[in-house]
Design a protein around this ligand. Structure first.
Ligand code: 7TS
Length: 426
C-alpha cells in the first residue's frame, strides 16, 4: 500500500515540496463567496476554521443544484429521479472511501457529524463489549464529544475511564499510555489532532500498542481530515470519525469509518426505515452494513455537499493543503512568540491547524472581543476541552485556526490586533 505521510513535517521530509502543487490562498479565496463581502468595513479575517470552515461556491452550488435538479428521497424510488438521487448519494460514499483510503465503501457510514459518530460507536460497542469493571482509555486532550459519550457508557455499565496524561507542552506521554493497558481495557478513543492545542498525536504508534493488547481504537478525526492526507488503513485504526462542516462541507453531515468486521459484528443503535431488510411484529432482519447504521432519511443534500467538498480538497491536493497550513502555523507561531506578553498554549513539535494563546492579564474573551472589533474572527474559551484547560491550570485560551484560504495578510492582521490588545491593556 502507498505509504501516505500523515502530518506536514512528514510530508516535507518524505517528498520535499517539489512534487506538491503550491496553494495560492488569494486564488483559493475567490472560490469562497463569503470573502467577497466585507466585515466591519474590511476584508474578513477568518481564523476560526477549527470551529467550522467557510464554504466554497462548489459546495453551495452542488447543494442548490441537487435540490433544483435531482432531488428525491433515496433507496426507495422505482422512478428515475429517485434512482438518480440514490446514485449521486452512493457515489459520495465511494468518494469518501477513496479520500480516506478505506478498503471498501461498505465501511463508510454517513452520520450527523463527529459527535454523532462517537455516540454511535460508544453505544453500539458498549452493548456487547463493556461490562462492570471494564476500562476505556481516553486522552487528556479530548474534545467533550470524545469524553461525554464514554462517560455515559461508564455510568450505565459500571465501567471507568483511564486517562492518558500529557506534558505541559501538550504532548501525550506514550510510555504512560502503554502502562494504562490491563486485562479490563476494552477500547481506546483518542483525538488525531487536538482542537485546543493543535497537537498531532502519534496515532499509528498508539494503534499498534492497543492492538498488541487486543484493544480496538477509535480516532477522532474532526481536526485532522481537513488538514492532511488520511489513510485509515495505514493508521490501522478500527474507527475514524469526522464532520463535513469542518472540511468545507455542509453542517449536519459526517462520516464514521469502521473496519468491515466491526460493522458486521456491532449492533445498530437506531432503528427505523432503510436499516432493515424485513420487518414483522415477530422479527426484524437488519440490512447489511453500512445501511444497518443509517436509520431514516439521511441528510441527502448534506452528503451531496460533502462530496463536492471532497472534490474541492482533492483538486487542491491534501499534501498541498498540509504544506500551506503548516507554513501559516509556523509563521504565526514565530511572530506570536516574538511578542512580549504572549504565552503560547500547546507547543508540541507536531502540530496542525491551531494556534492557542494567552496574553498576560487579559482574559481570552476580551482578546476575542477586541480582535473582533479589528475584523479578526478567532475563538476564545475552553474549546469544549475543559479537562485540557484543567490540566494546564488555565480557564480558557484565545485560538486562531487556519484553513486553505488563509493568507500572510491574515497572520499580519492577527499580529496587529494582538499588539492592539496589549496596548489597550498596558
Ligand atoms: N472532536 C473534535 C476534536 C472537535 O474539534 C470537535 C468540534 C468535535 C469533536 C465535535 O464536532 P461536531 O462537528 O460534532 O460538533 N470542535 C469545535 C471547536 O474546536 N470549536 O467549535 C467546535
Amino acid at each position: 500500500m502507498e505509504d501516505i505521510p500523515c502530518c506536514p513535517p512528514d510530508i516535507e521530509r518524505a517528498a520535499g515540496t517539489s512534487g506538491i502543487p503550491r496553494i495560492d490562498p488569494r486564488v483559493v479565496r475567490q472560490d469562497f463567496p463569503i470573502f467577497t463581502r466585507t466585515y466591519r468595513d474590511r476584508p474578513l479575517v477568518y481564523l476560526d476554521s477549527a470551529a467550522s470552515t467557510q464554504k466554497p461556491a462548489a459546495v453551495i452550488d452542488a447543494v442548490r443544484s441537487f435540490y433544483e435538479e435531482h432531488y428525491a428521497n433515496i433507496h426507495r424510488g422505482v422512478y428515475h429521479l429517485s434512482q438518480i438521487a440514490t446514485a449521486r448519494f452512493e457515489a459520495v460514499r465511494e468518494k469518501v472511501r477513496d479520500f480516506i483510503h478505506a478498503a471498501s465503501s461498505r465501511e463508510i457510514v454517513f452520520t450527523g457529524g463527529t459527535t454523532d459518530g462517537i455516540n454511535l460507536v460508544a453505544r453500539s460497542y458498549a452493548r456487547d463489549h463493556i461490562r462492570e469493571g471494564d476500562e476505556i482509555i481516553l486522552s487528556t486532550m479530548e474534545h467533550h464529544a470524545n469524553i461525554v459519550p464514554w462517560q455515559m457508557v461508564c455510568e450505565e455499565r459500571g465501567a471507568r475511564l483511564r486517562v492518558i496524561p500529557m506534558t505541559d507542552e501538550g504532548e501525550l506521554l506514550i510510555d504512560e499510555y502503554e502502562k494504562l493497558f490491563g486485562p479490563r481495557t476494552r477500547i481506546v478513543a483518542v483525538t488525531h489532532v487536538s482542537n485546543a492545542l493543535g497537537t498531532v498525536n502519534p496515532i499509528r504508534r498508539m494503534v499498534r500498542v492497543a492492538h498488541e493488547h487486543g484493544v480496538p481504537v477509535l480516532v477522532d478525526g474532526a481536526q485532522s481530515v481537513q488538514h492532511m492526507p488520511i489513510d485509515v488503513r495505514d493508521l490501522d485504526c478500527d474507527f475514524f470519525v469526522f464532520s463535513g462542516h469542518k472540511m468545507y462541507g455542509p453542517t449536519g453531515v459526517g462520516v464514521l469509518y469502521a473496519k468491515s468486521d466491526w460493522l458486521e459484528r456491532l449492533p445498530p443503535v437506531r432503528g427505523g426505515g432503510d436499516m432493515i431488510l424485513s420487518v414483522s411484529f415477530e422479527k426484524t432482519v437488519y440490512n447489511k452494513p453500512p445501511y444497518k447504521f443509517e436509520a431514516g432519511t439521511p441528510n441527502i443534500a448534506g452528503v451531496i455537499g460533502l462530496g463536492a467538498a471532497i472534490d474541492y480538497l482533492r483538486a487542491l491536493d491534501m499534501r498541498a493543503v498540509a504544506v500551506h497550513e503548516h507554513a501559516l502555523l509556523e509563521q504565526a507561531t514565530e511572530r506570536m512568540r516574538a511578542i512580549p506578553g504572549v504565552r503560547l498554549i500547546g507547543t508540541a513539535p507536531e502540530r496542525a491547524g491551531v494556534l492557542s494563546f494567552m496574553l498576560c492579564a487579559v482574559h481570552p474573551h476580551d482578546i476575542g472581543t477586541i480582535l473582533d472589533q479589528d475584523g479578526v474572527a478567532i475563538r476564545a474559551g475552553h474549546h469544549c476541552a475543559q479537562p485540557t484547560m484543567q490540566r494546564l491550570g488555565i480557564p480558557a485560551t484565545a485560538r486562531a485556526s487556519f484553513g486553505v484560504y488563509n493568507t500572510d495578510e491574515d497572520i499580519a492582521a492577527l499580529i496587529a490586533a494582538v499588539e492592539h490588545v496589549l496596548k489597550v491593556f498596558s
